[in-house]
Design a protein around this ligand. Structure first.
Ligand code: S3P
Length: 436
């Protein structure tokens, strides 16, 4: 469990700077996983060395994968092919990482050995039935607590058959778990989803040589094609950039250049939402990195207006709603977020957490069953708030604090190590206008 640490953030009058955001968490997980399952060597650069990705890396080392550390953000992985993983001799700890646990469930369900996946007390509360049930329909033998819906999960791997699955939720973790199971067995496995969720698995599996096809409404994989080692350059994480995008918009006299940010359309909903709110965000230097679109983002202070958000936009910005709710509190008028019930089963219940914390700083915010309603434009005051151990809540509150009067103390802040290890170092540097 994280040691409980707190941080005090003061209001600022301007933000200036130019910096590279840390590597994308979702893409870093996948690069480690797919390189491990490929034949031969893969060099991964720009890797996020956050705790979640380190959980994935350690998990594969426990499955017998050899990793050579080259630099802080660079690794070489010696993949073992689809059939080379070894039975782990101990429980595999996924830490706080839902992506590690759900994607590994799909990988391990097809491996002919026994494994157990566990995680920290937050992860052990999160719903795993969403991957266990469809994997079980493919013949997987997975047991878990609470009627086989929660970790620890015990997986007696092997014996799978392909399937066609219509997922009731737009979840890249569910989609990826099934594609990863299907990729290892004979036949074609197809996953349909109600709205397109992030497609990093599809892009990167194709990049590694898998027989995988995306179509409107889903993806299908034909199994037993060996992956080949590749060099992967991980782009910066738009979910980490989002904190500084909102900071640059709400703090007056600000101009920030965020470099090398992944702008995959299945992830860039936060840019669309903030632009719809009147935010000045300019995409420059657009290019491609290992099959993923990337750009530099120039952000300038803006007068924001409230908006209504729902439908397709929700999975495209699912991790950014805590910080979008901060932008809404600083906007004129009403913002309504709907169709976002998934926020209730993230690292914490993010609807309850943001309503509680922003409300206690003076924002007019109320929870809806599947979202939030925020009446913006009220001056926020400093105070004491709790991250509830959720990295994105902690960082969203830090951004709110930059624009609130006085000082805000945020409790339980070590959790930012999950996705943004240098966040607290970067925050004061940007406030001082330094470039790095
Ligand atoms: C992720 C998918 C999303 C997202 C999570 C990372 C991924 O979760 O919220 O932070 O890497 O596939 P869901 O699949 O549960 O929507």
């Amino acid at each position: 469990m994280h040691e409980l640490e707190s941080r005090t953030v003061k209001s600022v009058t301007s933000l200036r700077g130019e910096f590279v955001v840390p590597g994308d968490k979702s893409i870093s997980h996948r690069a480690i996983m797919f390189a491990s399952l490929a034949q031969g060597e893969s060099r991964i650069s720009g890797l996020l060395r956050g705790e979640d990705c380190l959980s994935t890396l350690k998990a594969f080392q426990n499955l017998g994968i050899e990793v050579v550390e080259k630099a802080d953000d660079e690794l070489i992985i010696h993949g073992c092919g689809l059939d080379g993983l070894q039975e782990p001799t101990d429980v595999v700890d996924c830490g706080n990482s839902g992506t590690t646990m759900r994607l590994m469930s799909g990988i391990l369900a097809a491996q002919p050995f026994f494994s157990i996946l566990t995680g920290d007390h937050y992860l052990r509360k999160r719903p795993m039935g969403r991957v266990i049930n469809p994997l079980s329909a493919m013949g997987a033998k997975i047991l878990g607590r609470d009627g086989h819906s929660k970790a620890p999960l015990a997986i007696d791997g092997g014996g799978l058959h392909p399937a066609e699955y219509h997922s009731p939720i737009a979840s890249a973790q569910v989609k990826s778990a099934l594609l990863l199971a299907g990729m290892q067995i004979e036949g074609t496995t197809t996953v349909y989803e109600p709205h397109l969720s992030r497609d990093h698995s599809e892009r990167m599996l194709r990049f590694f040589g898998a027989d995988l096809e995306s179509f409107g409404g889903g993806a299908k994989v034909t199994g037993r094609v060996q992956l080949e080692g590749r060099d992967v350059e991980v782009p910066g994480d738009i979910s980490s950039a989002a904190f500084f995008i909102v900071a640059g918009l709400i703090v007056p006299n600000s101009e920030l250049l965020l470099k090398n940010v992944g702008v995959n359309p299945t992830r860039s909903g936060v840019i669309d939402i903030l632009q719809q709110m009147g935010g000045s965000i300019e995409l420059t230097n657009q290019r491609e990195l290992s099959g993923e679109p990337v750009a530099d983002l120039l952000v300038k202070s803006s007068d924001l207006q409230g908006v209504e958000i729902g439908g397709d936009l929700i999975p495209r910005a699912i991790d950014e709603f805590p910080v979008v709710s901060v932008a809404a509190a600083f906007a004129e008028g009403v913002t309504i977020i709907r169709n976002a019930k998934e926020l209730r089963v993230k690292e914490t219940d993010r609807i309850a957490a943001m309503c509680n914390c922003l409300g206690s700083l003076g924002a007019q915010i109320e929870p809806l069953d599947d979202g939030m309603r925020i009446v913006g434009g009220k001056l926020l005051s400093g105070g004491e708030v709790n991250s509830f151990g959720d990295h994105r809540i902690a960082m969203s509150l830090a951004i709110a604090a930059l624009g609130a009067a006085g000082e805000t103390r945020i409790l339980d802040t070590t959790c930012t190590e999950t996705s943004f290890p240098r966040f607290w170092e970067l925050l004061p540097l940007i406030s001082e206008g330094r470039v790095f």
